[in-house]
Design a protein around this ligand. Structure first.
Ligand code: SAM
Length: 235
Protein backbone atom coordinates (compact mmCIF):
# COMPACT_ATOMS: atom_id res chain seq x y z
CA UNK A 1 0.00 0.00 0.00
CA UNK A 2 1.18 3.50 -0.78
CA UNK A 3 1.99 5.58 2.33
CA UNK A 4 0.10 8.55 0.91
CA UNK A 5 -3.14 6.55 1.07
CA UNK A 6 -2.83 6.10 4.83
CA UNK A 7 -4.41 8.66 7.14
CA UNK A 8 -1.92 10.99 8.86
CA UNK A 9 -1.11 10.42 12.51
CA UNK A 10 -3.71 11.87 14.85
CA UNK A 11 -2.70 14.83 16.99
CA UNK A 12 -2.81 14.25 20.74
CA UNK A 13 -2.24 10.49 20.41
CA UNK A 14 0.13 8.25 22.32
CA UNK A 15 1.49 5.56 19.99
CA UNK A 16 2.91 2.41 21.59
CA UNK A 17 5.43 1.27 19.04
CA UNK A 18 6.79 -2.29 19.15
CA UNK A 19 10.43 -2.60 18.06
CA UNK A 20 12.61 -5.62 17.13
CA UNK A 21 13.66 -8.16 19.78
CA UNK A 22 16.89 -8.96 17.97
CA UNK A 23 16.27 -8.83 14.24
CA UNK A 24 16.02 -5.38 12.69
CA UNK A 25 14.00 -6.78 9.80
CA UNK A 26 11.11 -7.19 12.23
CA UNK A 27 10.35 -3.47 12.40
CA UNK A 28 6.97 -2.85 10.73
CA UNK A 29 6.26 -0.32 8.00
CA UNK A 30 3.73 1.32 10.28
CA UNK A 31 6.23 1.54 13.15
CA UNK A 32 8.66 3.33 10.83
CA UNK A 33 5.99 5.76 9.66
CA UNK A 34 4.88 6.56 13.20
CA UNK A 35 8.49 7.09 14.30
CA UNK A 36 9.09 9.31 11.29
CA UNK A 37 5.93 11.37 11.70
CA UNK A 38 5.59 11.74 15.47
CA UNK A 39 6.75 14.87 17.31
CA UNK A 40 8.79 13.12 19.97
CA UNK A 41 9.90 9.59 20.86
CA UNK A 42 9.71 8.63 24.54
CA UNK A 43 12.26 5.86 25.04
CA UNK A 44 13.31 3.55 27.85
CA UNK A 45 16.95 4.15 26.88
CA UNK A 46 17.44 7.15 24.62
CA UNK A 47 20.91 6.05 23.44
CA UNK A 48 19.70 2.59 22.50
CA UNK A 49 16.60 3.87 20.67
CA UNK A 50 18.63 6.68 19.12
CA UNK A 51 20.75 4.03 17.43
CA UNK A 52 17.64 2.21 16.19
CA UNK A 53 16.23 5.44 14.72
CA UNK A 54 19.59 6.25 13.16
CA UNK A 55 19.70 2.81 11.53
CA UNK A 56 16.43 3.63 9.78
CA UNK A 57 17.53 7.17 8.89
CA UNK A 58 15.12 8.83 11.34
CA UNK A 59 16.09 11.83 13.41
CA UNK A 60 13.68 12.78 16.19
CA UNK A 61 13.79 14.44 19.63
CA UNK A 62 14.02 11.76 22.32
CA UNK A 63 12.62 11.87 25.83
CA UNK A 64 13.73 9.39 28.47
CA UNK A 65 10.94 7.33 30.00
CA UNK A 66 12.00 4.47 32.24
CA UNK A 67 10.82 2.63 35.32
CA UNK A 68 12.19 5.10 37.86
CA UNK A 69 11.00 8.33 36.24
CA UNK A 70 7.68 6.99 34.94
CA UNK A 71 5.51 9.11 37.25
CA UNK A 72 7.22 12.42 36.42
CA UNK A 73 7.62 11.67 32.74
CA UNK A 74 4.03 10.45 32.41
CA UNK A 75 2.86 13.92 33.46
CA UNK A 76 5.14 15.51 30.88
CA UNK A 77 3.90 13.16 28.15
CA UNK A 78 0.30 13.95 29.09
CA UNK A 79 1.05 17.67 28.84
CA UNK A 80 2.44 17.15 25.34
CA UNK A 81 -0.60 15.10 24.30
CA UNK A 82 -2.92 17.82 25.62
CA UNK A 83 -1.05 20.31 23.43
CA UNK A 84 -1.83 18.07 20.45
CA UNK A 85 1.58 16.44 20.04
CA UNK A 86 1.95 12.94 18.65
CA UNK A 87 4.09 10.93 21.04
CA UNK A 88 5.63 7.54 20.18
CA UNK A 89 6.67 5.33 23.10
CA UNK A 90 9.30 2.65 22.53
CA UNK A 91 11.27 0.38 24.83
CA UNK A 92 14.63 -1.30 24.27
CA UNK A 93 13.01 -4.28 22.58
CA UNK A 94 9.55 -5.63 21.83
CA UNK A 95 6.20 -4.29 22.89
CA UNK A 96 5.99 -1.43 25.40
CA UNK A 97 4.27 -2.38 28.64
CA UNK A 98 5.15 -6.07 28.41
CA UNK A 99 7.68 -6.51 31.24
CA UNK A 100 8.74 -3.01 30.21
CA UNK A 101 7.69 0.54 31.05
CA UNK A 102 4.48 1.79 29.45
CA UNK A 103 1.44 0.67 31.44
CA UNK A 104 1.55 3.68 33.75
CA UNK A 105 1.47 6.36 31.07
CA UNK A 106 -1.21 4.44 29.14
CA UNK A 107 -3.47 4.32 32.21
CA UNK A 108 -2.82 8.01 32.93
CA UNK A 109 -3.53 9.01 29.31
CA UNK A 110 -6.79 7.05 29.21
CA UNK A 111 -7.88 8.44 32.59
CA UNK A 112 -7.28 11.93 31.19
CA UNK A 113 -9.46 11.16 28.17
CA UNK A 114 -6.50 11.11 25.76
CA UNK A 115 -6.08 8.83 22.78
CA UNK A 116 -3.81 5.75 22.86
CA UNK A 117 -2.99 3.51 19.90
CA UNK A 118 -0.90 0.35 19.73
CA UNK A 119 1.41 -0.17 16.78
CA UNK A 120 1.80 -3.93 17.15
CA UNK A 121 4.90 -5.88 16.30
CA UNK A 122 7.56 -8.05 17.96
CA UNK A 123 6.88 -9.50 21.37
CA UNK A 124 9.04 -12.30 22.79
CA UNK A 125 6.19 -14.12 24.52
CA UNK A 126 4.11 -14.35 21.34
CA UNK A 127 7.05 -15.45 19.20
CA UNK A 128 7.99 -18.11 21.77
CA UNK A 129 4.45 -19.37 22.35
CA UNK A 130 3.45 -19.65 18.71
CA UNK A 131 6.53 -21.71 17.82
CA UNK A 132 6.64 -23.76 21.05
CA UNK A 133 4.19 -26.51 20.14
CA UNK A 134 2.43 -26.00 23.50
CA UNK A 135 -1.27 -25.09 23.71
CA UNK A 136 -1.90 -21.56 22.49
CA UNK A 137 -5.65 -21.44 23.09
CA UNK A 138 -5.20 -20.57 26.74
CA UNK A 139 -2.04 -19.19 28.32
CA UNK A 140 -0.92 -17.12 31.28
CA UNK A 141 1.93 -14.65 31.02
CA UNK A 142 3.88 -14.46 34.27
CA UNK A 143 6.82 -12.37 33.04
CA UNK A 144 9.72 -12.08 35.50
CA UNK A 145 9.32 -13.74 38.89
CA UNK A 146 10.44 -11.77 41.97
CA UNK A 147 14.11 -12.32 42.91
CA UNK A 148 13.53 -13.44 46.52
CA UNK A 149 13.40 -17.23 46.89
CA UNK A 150 10.36 -17.35 49.22
CA UNK A 151 8.29 -15.00 47.06
CA UNK A 152 9.23 -16.93 43.90
CA UNK A 153 8.21 -20.20 45.46
CA UNK A 154 4.87 -18.86 46.67
CA UNK A 155 4.09 -17.41 43.25
CA UNK A 156 5.11 -20.63 41.48
CA UNK A 157 2.94 -22.70 43.81
CA UNK A 158 -0.03 -20.37 43.31
CA UNK A 159 0.27 -20.95 39.55
CA UNK A 160 -0.44 -24.68 39.95
CA UNK A 161 -4.17 -24.33 39.31
CA UNK A 162 -3.85 -21.81 36.49
CA UNK A 163 -4.94 -23.56 33.29
CA UNK A 164 -3.12 -23.41 29.96
CA UNK A 165 0.53 -22.72 29.14
CA UNK A 166 2.53 -20.63 31.62
CA UNK A 167 5.04 -18.17 30.14
CA UNK A 168 8.00 -16.74 32.04
CA UNK A 169 10.73 -14.27 31.11
CA UNK A 170 14.15 -15.04 32.54
CA UNK A 171 17.69 -13.70 32.35
CA UNK A 172 20.63 -16.03 31.66
CA UNK A 173 21.81 -15.48 35.26
CA UNK A 174 18.73 -17.05 36.83
CA UNK A 175 17.67 -19.57 34.19
CA UNK A 176 19.16 -22.55 36.09
CA UNK A 177 17.44 -21.42 39.31
CA UNK A 178 14.06 -21.21 37.54
CA UNK A 179 14.49 -24.68 36.00
CA UNK A 180 15.47 -26.07 39.39
CA UNK A 181 12.29 -24.63 40.90
CA UNK A 182 10.14 -25.94 38.04
CA UNK A 183 11.78 -29.39 38.24
CA UNK A 184 10.92 -29.49 41.96
CA UNK A 185 7.30 -28.34 41.65
CA UNK A 186 6.27 -29.52 38.17
CA UNK A 187 8.53 -32.44 37.16
CA UNK A 188 6.02 -33.95 34.70
CA UNK A 189 4.95 -30.85 32.79
CA UNK A 190 6.34 -30.23 29.32
CA UNK A 191 8.88 -27.43 29.18
CA UNK A 192 10.09 -25.37 26.25
CA UNK A 193 13.08 -23.03 26.39
CA UNK A 194 13.09 -20.39 23.66
CA UNK A 195 16.43 -18.64 23.42
CA UNK A 196 17.71 -15.76 21.28
CA UNK A 197 14.45 -15.47 19.35
CA UNK A 198 14.72 -13.89 15.89
CA UNK A 199 18.53 -13.84 16.17
CA UNK A 200 21.23 -15.86 14.45
CA UNK A 201 21.47 -18.43 17.25
CA UNK A 202 17.76 -18.82 17.92
CA UNK A 203 17.08 -22.13 19.60
CA UNK A 204 14.13 -24.08 21.03
CA UNK A 205 14.73 -26.90 23.52
CA UNK A 206 11.89 -29.23 24.46
CA UNK A 207 11.72 -31.68 27.36
CA UNK A 208 10.84 -32.14 31.00
CA UNK A 209 12.22 -29.65 33.55
CA UNK A 210 14.75 -32.09 35.11
CA UNK A 211 16.56 -33.15 31.90
CA UNK A 212 16.51 -29.58 30.55
CA UNK A 213 18.06 -28.34 33.81
CA UNK A 214 20.86 -30.88 33.37
CA UNK A 215 21.42 -29.64 29.79
CA UNK A 216 21.50 -26.01 30.86
CA UNK A 217 23.96 -26.81 33.64
CA UNK A 218 26.18 -28.69 31.21
CA UNK A 219 26.15 -26.12 28.40
CA UNK A 220 25.49 -22.79 30.23
CA UNK A 221 23.97 -21.14 27.15
CA UNK A 222 24.01 -17.35 27.00
CA UNK A 223 21.32 -14.96 25.82
CA UNK A 224 17.74 -14.18 26.64
CA UNK A 225 15.13 -16.81 27.42
CA UNK A 226 11.41 -17.30 27.34
CA UNK A 227 10.43 -20.32 29.45
CA UNK A 228 7.13 -22.02 28.66
CA UNK A 229 5.51 -24.66 30.84
CA UNK A 230 2.75 -26.84 29.41
CA UNK A 231 -0.48 -27.47 31.35
CA UNK A 232 -0.69 -30.06 34.15
CA UNK A 233 -1.33 -33.38 32.37
CA UNK A 234 -4.74 -33.81 34.10
CA UNK A 235 -5.95 -30.16 34.03
N1 SAM B 1 8.90 -5.88 25.96
C1 SAM B 1 9.58 -7.10 25.60
C2 SAM B 1 8.61 -7.99 24.80
O1 SAM B 1 7.67 -7.46 24.19
O2 SAM B 1 8.81 -9.19 24.74
C3 SAM B 1 10.17 -7.78 26.81
C4 SAM B 1 11.19 -6.98 27.54
S1 SAM B 1 11.84 -7.74 28.98
C5 SAM B 1 12.70 -6.42 29.74
C6 SAM B 1 13.18 -8.70 28.37
C7 SAM B 1 12.92 -10.20 28.46
O3 SAM B 1 12.13 -10.61 27.35
C8 SAM B 1 14.19 -11.03 28.38
O4 SAM B 1 14.79 -11.21 29.66
C9 SAM B 1 13.66 -12.36 27.84
O5 SAM B 1 13.04 -13.11 28.85
C10 SAM B 1 12.57 -11.85 26.86
N2 SAM B 1 13.17 -11.63 25.55
C11 SAM B 1 13.32 -10.46 24.90
N3 SAM B 1 13.90 -10.65 23.69
C12 SAM B 1 14.11 -11.98 23.57
C13 SAM B 1 14.69 -12.80 22.57
N4 SAM B 1 15.17 -12.28 21.43
N5 SAM B 1 14.74 -14.14 22.78
C14 SAM B 1 14.27 -14.69 23.92
N6 SAM B 1 13.73 -13.95 24.92
C15 SAM B 1 13.65 -12.62 24.74
Amino acid sequence: MNDTLLPPLRPGTLYLVATPIGNLEDITLRALRVLRECDVVAAEDTRHSGRLLQHFGISKPLLSYFQFNEARRSEEILERLRRGEKVALVTDAGSPGISDPGARVVAAALAAGLRVEAVPGPCALVAALTASGLPTDEFHFVGFLPHKTGQRRRQLEALRTVPGTLIFYESPYRIAKLLEELAGLYPMRKLVLARELTKKFEEFRHGLPGPLLAEIRATAPKGEFVVLLGPEPDL
